[in-house]
Structure formats: C-alpha cells, structure tokens
Design a protein around this ligand. Sequence first.
Ligand SMILES: [Zn+2]
Length: 256
Amino acid sequence: MRPRPLRLALAGAALLGGALAAKAADRTVLAIGAHAGDAEITTGAVLARHRRLGDRVVMLHLTLGEGGNPKLSPAAYGEQKRREALAAAQALGAEALFGPGRDGELRDTEEAARFVADVIRQVKPTHVITHWKASLHPDHEAAHRIVNAAVLLASLEGFVSAHPRHRGLRGVYYADNWEDAEGFSPYLYVDVTEDLAAWKAAVTCYEFIRGGISSFPYLEYYEALARVRGALAGRRFAVALEMEPSAKKRVLDTLP
Ligand SMILES: [Zn+2]
C-alpha cells in the first residue's frame, strides 16, 4: 500500500451533546478492519459505548471491501461502501479513515505496516482493536499481521516518519468475528447493554448487513452473539475480545 494523505471524515461530535463530549475521557480507541464494515459489525457496540463516555473513536478501513457484491463492479460497490462507512461512522460519532488497500489483495508488506504505523502515530490510540490471527479470509489474517507490525513500528524511535513515535498504547485487542473463529477464546467481556441500539443504527447503514447481498445473517448473528456473550458475562448484552497470551500476564503484589 502506498502511503498517501489520510482522508479524515470527522463526524458526529455534535450528536453527543456538550455534557458527554466535555468529559474529556483519556482513551482513544482505534479499530482497524480489513474491510469497511468489519470493525462496526464486530465491535461497533464497544465503540459506541466509548464514544458515549466521551472517548475518541477512530476506525481505519484497510480496504473498502469493494469486491463483495456480485451485482456491482468493484468501483461502483466501493463508492457505495465508502458512503456507507461514512454514515456508519457518523451514527457512532466516530472518525473514519480509509487505507489504499484493495479487497482480496491485502498483504502484510512492510509498506502496509508503515502506512498503519503512521496512522497510529497520528491518531495516538490508547487501545487498538483488530482481527484475530486465524481467519477464513486471507485479508483478515493479513490485517492482523499488518497491525501488529505497525504497533511495534509506531513505537520505535528508529522508525522515521513525518510523525513522532507513539508509546501510549495500553493494549491490542482482537474482535469476535465469525470469519476469525479458529482459536479465538473470549477473554475480555464489555457490557454493551446500553449501546446495542446505537450499534444497530450504525451497522444497518451497510446494505450487506441489512441483507440482500450476502446469505450470511450478519445482524441476527451478531445480535445473538452479543446476547450469548452477555449471558456468559452476567449482563444482558456483551462483546467479547481476545488478547495475545503474553498480553494477559499480570504481575501483582497480592492476589487481586
Ligand atoms: Zn472482512
């Protein structure tokens, strides 16, 4: 992927009203998906929750996922996906960024990692959410590797780019995605009971989620999944996230 100026779509700050926005929470959540729609459908409820709490929320779509509609050319469906992604971001009160990657051709090249590292340096996330390592979709696996390489690069003094290194990242989390299920074990559960309506409003900006393009029942699956994860978490609705085993290590002076 060739680095190029970020197309930043700022949306929705006004939707939240002054009180929440003025709280100035200290988190910035950056969700990175291989295709426009991946971040929203899997973790949009978590993003909505953090936006509601006053945190900054940014989504980076590495590709538009423009190849997924057999009735439209990639160019035409890509334009549709871009409009849908902007509408979904606005519904979540999030910012949307687009990478220059092409659907089906995402590769974990050094160039791709450098592009994402520069996004990380500019956005300065405290939390990154992306794809789990194993997937039915090669683009998702590539996204996982690109993001992990980029997280490291963004923190290194020796990686020279137009932006200073970013060392404020507190954690990298992996999304619960039906295509990325192999070896995924829910680790962290986030209560999204109050945020499911906002999630639904955002994800239904996408035609493929409303139904009619794919035979996969996205909306039903992810709503039911949130109920299942919620049941296991003792809440009404929850979204589960996974982490690298090494990131789960805790060192304490006493039992928690
Ligand atoms: Zn995808």
